[in-house]
Design a protein around this ligand. Structure first.
Ligand SMILES: [Zn+2]
Ligand SMILES: [Zn+2]
Length: 412
């Protein structure tokens, strides 16, 4: 379930409601379009009881992770969709989790002008994610080797709980419930630091850095395209950066173009330098063609959010069939499905896709901890799909995705 965030339009000030993962804001009042640029996760604050202001209050940090945790062991690949909000500071009295609260409320972004103090995050994100993996039972069992674990995030953010000190007690500002007696702090009052400049979210115009035309992209997209100069731009911590993109031409039957991140690399730990090397190392029951010796090996990762099983299937199918497509220069066309999984998350999925695309786990899984990619080139490739009733089917590779899954994936 998605969290809703109240956001003031930077142009006209109107209140717009966004999904937590939205990074492009189109104001329904003044029609301006901006994207949100930040160097780290978004940070939100829960609303106070009775809509009181939380200005000046102490705020306690919670890490929110929504996404899929994958575990690779010799038993295979397990996965679970996780949606958790865990406390990131061990101060006494704080609820260990926010439970379902954030989903039932409209959050706001933390405001640098509000004079809040922020309890430090002293529990690292990695430790919180490991705990989430343990809760999801995605841990190795009795002496079994952990081959790989991946966290493919839909969203990672911080949600702050406002704390109110009154009547010698500390109160949860959202429920007005008493958390502890202040004397339980034993003379060590909770202290926070000021708003950190690095948390600042900037609104920037969605104009093509190359030609100045307006860029196209849905609210939850991570890549915007320019129909004027046919360029594509990833929204990243530094703003917009141009990406290398391709498109496999479709025909009159094409009703949708589905994006993949194509990550081309050498994998020295497995002696994989070409597609032929991969086919042999992964023990596929077909003979590499001579020209595959010259063909670089790429891992194809769906650039959209999908349920884990379909994500692995689609990536595996595209990876195995990569020799069947010849993408051309990227160009805008109707029906480009929005890129909702950024390249940074796709890179987290590389070892996972290697594991998913092998015919023989024994020949790949034990080497995964040593796998490091070199000579990495990342491209975005759009593949044409045809409408087959309940499914989208990619004719060259055979990638098949149920239509309801693709819709579901946008609000996983
Ligand atoms: Zn506006
Ligand atoms: Zn342009």
């Amino acid at each position: 379930m998605d969290i809703r965030v109240e956001q003031g339009c930077p142009q006209c000030g109107a209140q717009v409601v966004l999904n937590e993962t939205d990074q492009v804001l189109t104001c329904s009042f003044c029609s301006t379009k901006n994207y949100l640029q930040t160097s780290g996760p978004f940070r939100y604050v829960l609303p106070m009881a009775g809509r009181a202001s939380s200005a000046g209050l102490l705020l306690a940090p919670y890490l929110r992770f929504k996404g899929t945790i994958y575990l690779v062991t010799d038993r295979g690949i397990e996965h679970r969709v996780i949606d958790t909000t865990q406390v990131a500071n061990p101060a006494p009295g704080l609820p260990p989790s926010l439970g379902l609260r954030p989903q039932a409320m409209q959050l706001s972004r933390i405001d640098p002008e509000a004079g809040n103090r922020f309890l430090l995050q002293t529990i690292k994100a990695g430790a919180i994610l490991e705990k989430a993996a343990a809760i999801g039972n995605l841990i190795t069992q009795g002496g079994e080797a952990l081959r790989h674990r991946a966290y493919i995030g839909e969203s990672l953010s911080y949600i702050y709980l406002p704390l109110v000190a009154k009547e010698h007690g500390l109160y949860d500002g959202v429920t007005d419930g008493r958390l502890l007696n202040l004397d339980a702090l034993d003379g060590h009052p909770l202290q926070g630091k000021r708003f950190d400049e690095a948390w600042q979210v900037r609104f920037l115009a969605t104009l093509c850095p190359q030609c100045g035309a307006g860029l196209d992209g849905a609210g939850d997209c991570r890549v915007m395209t320019c129909a004027n100069c046919q360029s594509a731009w990833a929204i990243g911590p530094e703003g917009l950066s141009q990406i290398d993109w391709r498109l496999q031409p479709g025909n009159v039957n094409t009703s949708l173009y589905l994006p993949f991140w194509k990550i081309t690399a050498h994998i020295p730990a497995l002696s994989i330098y070409s597609f032929a090397d991969f086919v042999e190392r992964a023990n596929h029951p077909f003979l590499p063609r001579p020209q595959w010796r010259e063909r670089a090996m790429s891992l194809w990762i769906p650039a959209v959010k999908l349920r884990p099983k379909i994500f692995l299937q689609a990536g595996r199918q595209a990876t195995l069939s990569q020799w069947l497509v010849q993408p051309e220069e990227g160009r805008t066309t109707p029906n480009l499905f929005p890129v909702t999984l950024p390249a940074s998350e796709a890179r987290q999925a590389v070892k996972l896709m290697l594991a998913a695309a092998t015919a023989s786990p024994k020949r790949i899984f034990p080497y995964l901890p040593q796998v490091q990619l070199t000579e990495v080139v990342t491209q975005l490739v759009y593949l044409p799909c045809v409408d087959k009733g309940h499914d989208w089917v990619q004719p060259e590779t055979g990638v098949t995705i149920a239509k309801n899954i693709l819709r579901f994936g946008r609000s996983l």
